[in-house]
Design a binder for this molecule. Structure first.
Ligand code: COI
Length: 370
């Protein structure tokens, strides 16, 4: 892969693990002063720097942090043809004390390495990943939008970088991290459509890993749903369209008969870190919780007879996103409005209080950066 057109290592070097050093080149002039952080469109604004780490000759090379910029790629770059690429999404928050903290980055790193294994890609050294991430977030922490809904959305990703169009795993890879200052992903309670025709994932496939192809395959049905006025599909299992799985940009939860219920992880559902955090907090607070198969029929019946009292999506980007309509075979089934005191909003506040240092972090989830 061609170099980006400037010399690295001109500014300084930082150790990111005992084995790895990082070359750092800062922007000459930050774009921050001319950036409006009051209302950034989700994922459209990027901070000053990015991390680049190449895998070549069977080993990870020296990582670099450099000004955020375009990539130059050969048209034959493998990822462009066969989608050998994985990514993560994580967030940094400003704590009550004013510092910038990452939320459960080790969980994202571990998941990324599980994705790497499934997609035949090299594992990332976890300590070096975390230290590089912290260094980048420390450098661009000033981009964190103020206010309760502001955060830095962090996008680590890795792709096959060989210039070759035979179908085989790449020998070279590029791992990168860049950052986007964000506010809410969804601006309003969601209208979702139970998808009973197309599938996102199937047994033995890649549903539980965070690879680009999972998302590409969902675009067409999602576009059709959006044309009908729905924000997202509610994916069901590929074999029978009988069980609810997830929503593509988020995991899904229901309150059924007072029990916080979410589809169990069975290989076709992304093991969300927000999902896990919600389950942990809810169990700890003594809420009745169930991870099990959730059928379309029980949710549809429960929406009709009031046994399903709430539904929401949970994800890094989506955070906790209340669902107000679930469409089933052309019928919009409505959920009651959630008041500020609802269990769903209370769970959301408990999670936020940990992320933002307003409550003791008894789980060890928060990693301080600055
Ligand atoms: C995330 O929540 O981080 C995701 O990766 C969802 C994304 C497709 C916006």
């Amino acid at each position: 892969m061609p170099a980006e057109g400037f010399t690295f290592g001109t500014n300084r070097m930082a150790m990111i693990s005992t084995a790895t050093e990082i070359d750092i080149q800062r922007v000459k002039q930050s774009r921050l002063p001319e950036t409006d952080l009051a209302n950034p469109k989700f994922g459209r604004v990027f901070t000053d720097h990015m991390l680049v780490w190449d895998f070549a000759d069977g080993t990870w090379q020296r990582p670099r942090i450099m000004p955020f910029q375009d990539l130059e790629l050969s048209p034959a770059t493998l990822v462009l043809h066969y989608a050998q690429t994985i990514f993560e999404g994580m967030k940094a928050y400003r704590s009550q004390q004013g510092d910038v903290s990452l939320f459960r980055p080790q969980a994202n790193i571990a998941r990324m390495n599980r994705s790497a294994k499934r997609m035949c890609m090299p594992a990332l050294p976890e300590d070096a990943f975390l230290h590089g991430l912290k260094e980048l977030v420390r450098m661009d922490g000033g981009w964190l939008p103020s206010g309760e809904d502001g955060s830095l959305y962090i996008r680590p990703f890795m792709f096959a970088s060989d210039e070759y169009i035979g179908v085989k795993p790449s020998e070279g890879y590029r791992f990168m991290i860049f950052i986007s200052p964000v506010r809410a992903y969804y601006q309003e309670p969601l209208r979702v459509k139970l998808e009973l025709e197309y599938s996102r994932a199937f047994p033995g496939g890649t549903g539980e890993v965070k690879c680009g192809g999972n998302y590409a395959g969902g675009l067409y049905p999602s576009k059709m749903g959006q044309d009908e006025g729905y924000h997202q599909q509610l994916w069901t299992d590929a074999m029978e369209h009988k069980y609810i799985e997830e929503s593509g940009t988020m995991n899904v939860f229901f309150i059924i008969d007072g029990v916080l219920t979410t589809p169990s992880l069975d290989g076709t559902i992304l093991p969300g870190i927000t999902r896990d955090s919600i389950l942990t907090i809810a169990k700890d607070k003594g809420m009745p919780v169930a991870e099990r198969k959730v059928t379309v029929d029980e949710v549809v019946a429960g929406l009709r007879n009031g046994k399903v009292s709430a539904a929401f999506g949970a994800g890094t980007a989506a955070t906790i996103a209340p669902i107000k309509v679930i469409a089933y075979k052309g019928e919009d089934l409505e959920l009651p409005d959630l008041g500020a005191d609802s269990e769903v909003h209370r769970l959301g506040r408990m999670l936020d209080d940990i992320r933002k240092g307003r409550t003791p972090d008894k789980y060890g989830w928060v990693v301080h950066v600055s």
